[in-house]
Design a protein around this ligand. Structure first.
Ligand code: TYD
Length: 204
């Protein structure tokens, strides 16, 4: 089982991933925890580029789309091997982050343009494995910004508003589970457990 947590910067994914790992471990599941961008050479390059004030610009975003796709390809064998050995794979982000972040069109732009941009991103990521379960931690942008350290140029209000709307759109068309991340850490963890429990045949 491959579970992915998605959401805008500051939505609390990292905290929730650790709580989810512990909960699954307590139930006897071995877990492989992964994150994107990874700590590979490509992942490190990505993190450097994200600090550039021009990172939200179109050409930078296209470069980032290519790098993110390359970075996640290195995870595919690891995910497959973990699943074959019966581990649960939990991931902080997956290719849906690229669909949400690297598409420069706002959600209200013409469908035609949106489709062509999105199809390029899907094409780039066509060899990556799709998660079995995607949980979107949905958070008000104001709150998200207050949690960010401001080091990356994606951490700005107007940009994240656009990404949040795109995620909600993706959630509708791809059956993500949407959880209100404005609630406290414990409530969000409870809500995540409610999503995962039936999938692993557990009552909570
Ligand atoms: P993030 O999960 O915030 O990592 P960290 O908590 O370690 O900073 O990811 C870093 C940034 O990368 C975040 O702004 C979202 C962005 N990102 C994309 O734009 N596209 C992608 O495909 C991925 C995986 C991440």
């Amino acid at each position: 089982m491959y579970i992915c947590l998605e959401g805008i910067d500051g939505s609390g994914k990292s905290t929730q991933i650790l709580l989810l790992e512990k909960w699954l471990n307590d139930y006897g599941y071995e877990v492989l925890r992964i994150f994107e961008p990874t700590d590979s050479a490509t992942g490190k390059l990505i993190r450097e580029i994200l600090k550039d004030p021009r990172a939200t610009e179109d050409n930078f975003q296209k470069t980032l789309a290519l790098l993110f796709a390359a970075d996640r390809m290195v995870l595919m064998d690891t995910i497959r091997a973990a699943e074959e050995s019966g581990k649960a794979v939990i991931s902080d982000r997956c290719f849906y982050s690229s669909i949400a972040y690297q598409n420069p069109q706002s959600v209200s732009d013409s469908n035609q343009k949106q489709d062509s941009d999105t199809s390029w991103l899907y094409e780039l990521n066509k060899f990556v494995k799709k998660p079995d379960i995607v949980i979107l931690l949905d958070l008000d942008v104001e709150k998200a910004i207050s949690r960010c350290d401001g080091n990356d140029s994606f951490e700005n209000k107007a940009f994240l508003e656009k990404i949040r709307n795109r995620y909600l759109e993706l959630a509708r068309t791809n059956d993500f589970f949407v959880i209100n991340a404005n609630n406290g850490v414990n409530k969000v963890h409870e809500d995540i457990k409610k999503v995962i429990s039936p999938k692993i045949g557990r009552c909570i």
